[in-house]
Structures are given as C-alpha cells and as structure tokens.
Ligand binder design. Sequence first.
Ligand SMILES: [Zn+2]
Length: 163
Amino acid sequence: MKFIADGMLGKLVRWLRLFGQDVTYIGDFSVDPKEEDDVLLNRAEKESRILITRDTDLHRRALRESIESVLIEETQDVAKQLVKVSKSIGEPIRGDIEDSRCSVCNGKLKVAEKTSISEEVPDPVLKENERFWKCVDCGKIYWVGGHWENMAETIKRYENLKG
Ligand SMILES: [Zn+2]
C-alpha cells in the first residue's frame, strides 16, 4: 500500500512514514501550486498510490477518475487523521520502528552499528542508547527516545480512538 499526500498534510506524512508507510509528499517537490492537483492525480495513477487530501474537490475528482482517495477533514489532531486513513484503507496502521521509514525523505531505515554512527550523534545520546537506525537515502539517524516517546503517546491515543 502506497500513498501520495497533498501539500497541506506534512505532519500526517511524517507520521505515516514513521509508521512504516510509503508516502510521497508533494510538499517535498517544487510543484507550481496551480499544477499540484494534476501532479498528484498523475502520480497517484502511475505509481498506484492512494491519494490523501484535505481538498474536497480534489477528492471528488480523484474518485471520478477511479483513483483511490482518502479525504482528511480533521484539521489538527494527527491521531484522528491516522484513524481516518486506517479506516479508509481497512487496515490498522501500526507504529513499529523496525518497520519504519525516514520521516524526512521516505527512505527505508536500516539498523546501524553503534560504532558506525558514533561520530554522527551527540555523546549523551550515544551513551544512553544501544540501538540506532539510519536512513539508507538521506543518512538521518534514529533512535528510540526523545521523539519516539512522544510518538508512543500519539500511538496510544490513536489505538484508543481506533477502538
Ligand atoms: Zn531519509
């Protein structure tokens, strides 16, 4: 299952990637705003991606063109947005760092030996953590802690809302 999201859904995109979903974010490309809808629909069709959008008109247009589309009406709460995506595709979305993608570039994460990344993370982080992951595309390094604890909180709320 792959997704493509419109330019208003940056936060949701980062979360979906951390949840291991393959998401193309149109905000990552320099696309003329006037052409954004066409680019979204073309790529969705060519790459068999499900469109995720905040735009009702675009959502309707996608459905008319037989492109699967999820309309996000919830504006603020990313946990609720995740529930909407999960219900629309009929599958739970789970947060699992073992199966996560880079929140910045959508690259896959690979386990990194502590010794191999010791130059790249701050000393306190290195001391407090044993397990690290590195994005195979942009090189960003991830570890369980900090934002992952905040993530656990959002996942918990998402799980509760999902029911
Ligand atoms: Zn990356």
